[in-house]
Design a binder for this molecule. Sequence first.
Ligand SMILES: [Zn+2]
Length: 512
Amino acid sequence: MKKKKIRIFDTTLRDGEQAPGFSMNHEEKLKMAKQLETLGVDIIEGGFPIASEGDFVAVKEISKIVEKCAVAALARAKKDDIDRAWEAVRDAKKPIIHTFIATSDVHLKYKLKKTRTQVLNDTVTAVKYAKLLTNNVEFSAEDATRSDINYVCEVFEAAIDAGAVTVNFPDTVGYAMPYEFGEMIKTITEKVKNIDKAVLSVHCHNDLGLAVANSLAAILNGAGQVECTINGIGERAGNASVEEIAMSIKTRKDIFQDYYADIVTEEIYKSSKLLCNITGMHIQRNKAIVGENAFAHEAGIHQDGMLKESLTYEIMTPQSIGIKHSKLVLGKHSGRHALKSRYEELGYELSKEELEKAYKLFTELADAKKEVFDDDLIAIINNEISGIKGQYEFKRLQITSGTEIIPMAIVEIAEDDEILRESGMGDGPIDAVFQAIEKMTNMKGELADYSIDSVTSGKDAVGEVVLRVIFEGSPFVGRGASTDVIIASAKAYIDAINRAVYSKAKAGEMKG
Ligand SMILES: [Zn+2]
């Protein structure tokens, strides 16, 4: 029997990005889109173009740079939305207009103030209109799990007749149970007469922690597409996570023997890390597949079993998601060539200039600590190389702090070729450093979140500071890494300021 392909529709950049704390700037969205393509997702939903200028521009650019994946743009079942969505995706090799309207009585009554007949008519009108623009039209029945299933069947049938090639059945509020959700999907496949002319899709939310379970139940009952996100990010408790779905299908070959997805699972870890680095949002240590503890075996009894035979406690290998086994890599005497090839193994292609910069940072780091690990190298890339080319650059600092004195800091930063120097006083040394930086940059921010993590182990580990600062009402993430936590904090704060300055300039460009 021929295996059935399960299409992976990734909505990290739309559903994920619209969740609080996960906003990304333009360059970050493009970088993420490129990685999603490498990961092997079939469709990238780039945004909701009518919702904001930022979404529109992002979808337009993603459409130009993505080659293998289809690119989808979201639109309500309205002409203006659909026009805007089409304008954004029309340059894509495989453009998709994804239009939606709610079908549950509660949404009809309170949100849309429309009858079922009106919603059915709107569906047909919207799909027909989108179909004039592109053949690839997906229709979603928002809040499908709380809708009358017979009505959803009727709407789907009409949508397919009007030209929809994908019909999506979302559990918008994350309410369904796996068994029940599977039954619903089965009902759709049985009752919608023309369902063979379309791919049935699902989009599950994780409010009860069941998004992945529901998606898997849907696959076994006839769904051919799942909508999901990296690390399961998304509205409220999030969406189904790409990595959990892909690894479930791969690991439980006995159950999913008739199905496959085209995800390059070895790219999972990198994709997850990239998203964390871009958004500054860490994932819980015990997160399935990509959490830091997912492949760690601490308990003695497990370690003993693992040493004898890894299959005793390991249902999948770290290598299968792209975690390299040997963590120890380079030392002080490693050359450029060794660094370059190590980066290539980790999946990073560096240009000549990037390699030079990385090598300089690497030798500084190797001087400060004996051993340089893969995570250190990734931190160099994420924090120093592929970040925004900022207006300000950290140079050096000096602090005095203790129990009986007021903490003071002197900080030097570079703005183009000019060196700026300023002092600051604060509640603690980090606060003093921030005060000094604010004076030099004329940026007054409000620190909303601050976290420090050791990227690698040992007392001389690299500390990575991730913070979130509010400038003029908008939040900006900043990151910095160093073996010295105060320096890491200073770099992170300057990074956040650079992002704020950049975003302001970009907004000015768009208006002008
Ligand atoms: Zn959603």
